[in-house]
Design a protein around this ligand. Structure first.
Ligand code: F6P
Ligand code: MN
Length: 321
């Protein structure tokens, strides 16, 4: 089976980017090991602290963040990092050529039930003018990303990665520690009959979301003239992985509970890398009012509404607006 290095070289990735990705993934392998130790290592449960978004941090959020921060800071390739679990941008090597944004442990409420979790990341060039800890350098649209992906800590540890030459899936071979290519050039089916949304928020949705989901629920009796199935992992990595594997549509729409929040998910750490992966696999990724890839971020912890997945179903959803 083809190794990660060889696929990255075939895709024309520069050597320094390959070395940076290998460093980042070494951190993810460490997280994979720590996660798998679970209760044996006392890593389950919450800390007493909250992150900047007011969410209680799980012990594994803090551990995963520290692992990635340490390995990326020491690598030399990285000028600064921006993490969902850090209040501010963290300066690394002033001469580093890259910026890395990440959600160190997505879906971390799943840690305590031994369910799917993962690390989501994206890499851009570091502008020359940038001071090492200047947050404004991170305010680049996803169209500027040079590599994005996630590592899913499931029954297998898997990597989904794109450098703009298609989306590839790799599986960690724990016998020798390498990521091996298991699906090249993922193609998301254009049509789907499966959707993912947290239906418990239904009463807070906008009318267009109510109508779209309402029509899916009507199945063969409604205007869509077929039955739809529903899945919700409560970890974006898990839902997006399913969509890469067999198609589907994932929504975390705007809801009216807190009008100051555009959505729940974070643009830099979640929406942008997933949008790049999905588009590179032939799907669509939208905020409801435009392509996620084109959103110009205004602050590093910004939130955004998302609908992404199988092309025709995202288009169907958007037609209700
Ligand atoms: O990181 C935020 C997140 O955990 C996503 O991974 C996931 O899709 C979503 O929130 C789950 O939201 P909810 O708590 O509404 O199910
Ligand atoms: Mn997350």
């Amino acid at each position: 089976m083809k190794r990660l290095n060889s696929q990255l070289q075939d895709d024309g990735a520069p050597m320094e980017l390959i070395l940076l990705l290998r460093t980042l993934l070494a951190g993810c392998k460490e997280i994979s090991f720590r996660v798998s130790q679970g209760a044996l290592a006392g890593v389950l449960g919450s800390t007493l602290s909250e992150n900047i978004q007011g969410e209680t941090q799980k012990k594994l959020d803090v551990i995963s963040n520290q692992i990635l921060k340490d390995i990326l800071s020491e690598s030399g390739y990285v000028k600064a990092i921006s993490s969902e679990e850090e209040d501010d941008v963290v300066g690394c090597n002033p001469n580093g050529n890259y910026l890395v944004s990440f959600d160190p442990l997505d879906g971390s409420s799943n840690t305590d039930i031994n369910s799917l979790i993962g690390t989501i990341f994206s890499i851009t060039h570091a502008p020359q003018w940038m001071e090492a800890d200047d947050p404004s350098a991170f305010l680049q649209p996803a169209s500027q990303i040079v590599a994005a992906g996630y590592v899913l800590y499931g029954p297998s540890t898997m990597l989904a990665l794109t450098t703009g030459k298609g989306t590839h899936l790799y599986t960690l071979d724990k016998t020798h520690g390498g990521f091996l290519l298991t699906t090249a050039n993922v193609k998301i089916p254009v049509q789907t009959s499966e959707y993912a949304i947290n239906g418990s928020n239904q009463r807070h949705w906008e009318t267009s979301t109510q109508q779209y989901i309402g029509d899916l629920l009507l199945g063969t009796n409604g205007p869509r003239e077929r039955d739809f199935n529903m899945r919700w992992v409560a970890a974006m990595v898990g839902d997006i992985h399913r969509i890469l594997c067999r198609g589907g549509v994932f929504l975390y729409p705007y809801d009216k509970r807190d009008p100051t929040k555009a959505g729940k998910l974070r643009l830099l750490y979640e929406a942008n890398p997933m949008a790049f992966l999905i588009e590179q696999a032939g799907g669509l990724a939208d905020t409801g009012t435009g392509r996620i890839m084109e959103v110009m971020p205004t602050e590093i912890h910004q939130r955004v509404a998302v609908v992404l997945g199988s092309k025709q179903e995202v288009e169907a959803c958007l037609s209700y607006r």
